[in-house]
Design a binder for this molecule. Structure first.
Ligand code: SF4
Length: 389
């Protein structure tokens, strides 16, 4: 059986013209300095190839799975955020790490790489809406509230990899741990051996899905701390009784899939397997057949038998790439509307060409640097993750 990839329809939500303009309300509002090549320049592939060849082993290009194909073709390695940071750390000889991903990923790479290496984000406006939902001042205000209640001694803070270096530093300072979507259960298991409560940042869905579906907690063991409400919108008793205090953050890509998407695809494609990422909402994950990290999704689709049908709830660039790589399987997007990560997609070929050519010219653009104190604290939380049993 063969299948043909069908593009989901456009939504009314226009993306910013990539590489141009800013949206300070939702992104970092930073424009690229200097002149970007025009997206229509027919020589972009040749220019990127030539610049990368001129830099040789001095440059190492990382490509996150959610990046566009036009960028992925130049990646020396592809992966999820943690694998890419590890790969960067494993290349101490590369002077420049060009990170085709988003801001928090480049920060993690800077934390894990040597002082002689510089991490470059081709477009500084490539942030992450989820990471931006937990700001250090808000998190410290929440912790003060817990201190006033006298419960900080019982709480272990856990932050998802998808958080700023500041937040990882906060977690390291307070004896917590970083987790990924692959090891969230192990991180929570370790945390509940250290204390009786977890303060989970910034993705409420990963925290709830892991605690309830993998560890046997009830939904009523979880409370949602909303930084935009006084006291987080929770009473003293709610905080005292909770086992999981979830930060009110989510991924604006995975949070878009709904129970209706699952019902609709099951009616339309009998026998379809619904495969979703744990950043999806709890009801969606419950209704799915399989749930797992980006790496899990890739492996599951690779191992699927020919002729099988899969509706996948994760970022569209990855789903499209998997569908095109496996035409003997029917791989489709779980939702019918576009679901790109708009900030991840800001890294396009013109930005990559610009960054590489700047390096060839002896200028180092868009360097991502984490200050030493924050990096040291964040490293404590990252090392704790690496030491998880
Ligand atoms: S897909 Fe979601 S979590 Fe990943 S970078 Fe985009 S907004 Fe952030």
């Amino acid at each position: 059986m063969t299948s043909t990839w069908t593009e989901p329809s456009n939504t009314a939500t226009a993306l910013l013209l990539l590489g141009r303009g800013t949206d300070p309300a939702s992104e970092r509002g930073v424009e690229c300095p200097g002149d970007l090549p025009a997206p229509s320049d027919p020589g972009l592939v040749a220019r990127a190839t030539a610049a990368k060849a001129a830099l040789g082993d001095r440059v190492f290009v990382l490509g996150h799975h959610y990046q566009r194909d036009e960028v992925i073709q130049f990646a020396d390695v592809t992966g999820d955020s943690f694998k890419l940071a590890q790969q960067a750390a494993a290349r101490p000889g590369a002077e420049f790490i060009v990170f085709c991903g988003v801001h928090f990923m480049a920060e993690s790479a800077d934390i894990l790489t040597g002082k002689n290496q510089q991490v470059i984000l081709p477009d500084l406006a490539a942030g992450c809406s989820m990471a931006d939902m937990a700001v250090l001042g808000q998190v410290e205000a929440a912790w003060e509230r817990f201190e006033d209640l006298g419960i900080t001694g019982e709480i272990v803070p856990v932050t998802y990899m998808n958080s700023s270096a500041d937040i990882k530093g906060f977690v390291g300072r307070n004896k917590g741990v970083v987790c990924t979507s692959s090891n969230a259960k192990r991180a929570l298991t370790w945390s509940f051996e250290q204390g009786s409560k977890v303060f989970f940042l910034p993705d409420q869905h990963l925290g709830r899905n892991t605690a309830v579906l993998e560890m046997g907690f009830g939904l009523d063991d979880c409370v949602l701390y909303d930084p935009h409400k006084p006291g987080g919108g929770l009473t003293d008793d709610e905080l005292r009784n909770a086992r999981m205090i979830l930060w009110r953050g989510h991924c604006s890509v995975h949070g878009r899939f709904t129970l209706d998407s699952v019902r609709e695809v099951r009616e339309r494609v009998p026998g379809v397997n619904v495969l979703v990422h744990p950043e999806c909402r709890h009801d969606v994950v419950r209704a799915a057949d399989q749930v797992g990290s980006t790496e899990y999704i890739i492996k599951a689709l690779e191992a699927a038998p020919p002729g099988s049908a899969w509706a996948v709830g994760t970022e569209l660039n990855l789903v499209r790439r998997m569908a095109l790589a496996h035409p003997d399987k029917q791989i489709m997007f779980l939702d019918r509307t576009v679901c790109y990560c708009s900030t991840m997609n800001r890294i396009d070929l013109p930005h990559l060409v610009w960054a590489l050519e700047e390096l060839v010219a002896g200028r180092v653009p868009n360097v991502i640097t984490v200050d030493e104190e924050t990096a040291a604290n964040a490293r404590v939380a990252l090392d704790q993750m690496l030491a998880l049993p």
